[in-house]
Design a protein around this ligand. Structure first.
Ligand code: C2E
Ligand code: MG
Ligand code: MG
Ligand code: MG
Length: 287
């Protein structure tokens, strides 16, 4: 019968396709529920270190979903669903508020006079498109008592480069608040070099794929070096993600990379664990 309909895999009763749709609808339903109760969602914090000293510089907030029946569902699975349904706007605001609340507490626990920690929060394209977004950020900063300069918003290249002119205006408004801006997964999207120098941003985050490939060939090292040179030329800081070995860390130090993040230093941690690093009760080996 499928063949009669001109079928193959696309026909309306394709069981695999049907299962896929059911799965998505179910996940969307469950995510909506989780968002209204917020019981199964939590935020993990991955340390970001200053490469020269290996000292703690800040954290990246990474959302986690502990599904009551299915256990942990990775953000790589549910964020795309949240994006396609628009739920990511509610989710993103919740993560932003949670991360700001947390950094305000941690900042209070720091020794007086020590440099403030920053908190990086990922943004989705949908949030940028929300006309209330700047107001939401302003309000969250106000209610949590967070200094704007402690907050670093991570945007992907595609989020910024689609509608570049419009994005630049929005980024300027955010920057006028005093918030820091970073391009995430740099090198994997399609940044136009003619826009890159116009972007009011503070840092580039080199994608993990380049960091993990560094040891394979001189070409791969050259890519990382070129991103560093480009960043310096444009006046941006560089953060390398996915640092898994001390060899990775040493190579990046030799390239004068500013900040690093990866399993070599620490995994994304539950708030209680991350808090121990803030208080200086736990630390990693310095080089
Ligand atoms: P991302 O923003 O590029 O975050 C870095 C990802 O790399 C995280 O994956 C982190 O756990 C992982 N990672 C860090 N160090 C290492 C390492 O040394 N080795 C390896 N193999 N992986 C490492 P995670 O937490 O699964 O998040 C995946 C993506 O989901 C994030 O990529 C981000 O795009 C998105 N995401 C996470 N939380 C949020 C959120 O609150 N809002 C939005 N819009 N997106 C989020
Ligand atoms: Mg990120
Ligand atoms: Mg990233
Ligand atoms: Mg990434």
């Amino acid at each position: 019968r499928a063949r009669e309909l001109g079928g193959g895999r696309q026909s309306w009763f394709d069981p695999a396709m049907h299962a896929h749709v059911v799965e998505r609808v179910r996940m969307e339903h469950d995510l909506r529920g989780a968002l209204s109760g917020k019981t199964d969602l939590w935020v993990a914090y991955q340390p970001i270190v200053e490469m020269v000293t290996s000292g703690l510089a800040g954290f990246e907030a990474l959302v986690r979903w502990n599904h009551p029946e299915r256990g942990n569902i990775p953000p790589g699975v549910f964020i795309p669903i949240a994006e396609s349904t628009g739920l990511v706007v509610t989710l993103g605001t919740w993560v932003l508020r949670e991360a700001c609340r947390q950094i305000a507490i941690w900042q209070d626990q720091r020794e007086p006079g020590s440099a403030p920690l920053f908190m990086s929060v990922n943004l989705s394209t949908r949030q940028l498109a929300d006309p209330n977004f700047v107001e939401v950020v302003r309000e969250v900063l106000r209610e949590t008592g967070v200094e704007p300069s402690w907050l670093k918003l991570e945007l992907t290249e595609s989020a910024v480069m689609d509608k570049a002119e419009q994005s630049i205006r929005l980024l300027q408004e955010l920057r006028a608040l005093g918030v820091k801006l970073s391009i995430d997964d740099f090198g994997t999207g399609y940044s136009s070099l003619s826009y890159l120098h116009k972007l009011p941003i503070d840092s580039l985050k080199v994608d993990r794929s380049f960091v993990s490939a560094m040891h394979q060939s001189e070409e791969n090292r050259a890519i990382v070096r070129i991103i560093m040179d480009l960043a310096r030329l444009l006046g941006f800081d560089v953060i390398a993600e996915g640092i898994e070995t001390s060899a990775d860390a040493n190579l990046l130090r030799a390239l004068a990379c500013d900040y690093g993040q990866g399993y070599h230093f620490a995994r994304p941690l539950p708030p209680e664990e991350a808090g121990k690093l803030v208080g200086g009760l736990l630390s990693w080996q310095t080089p």
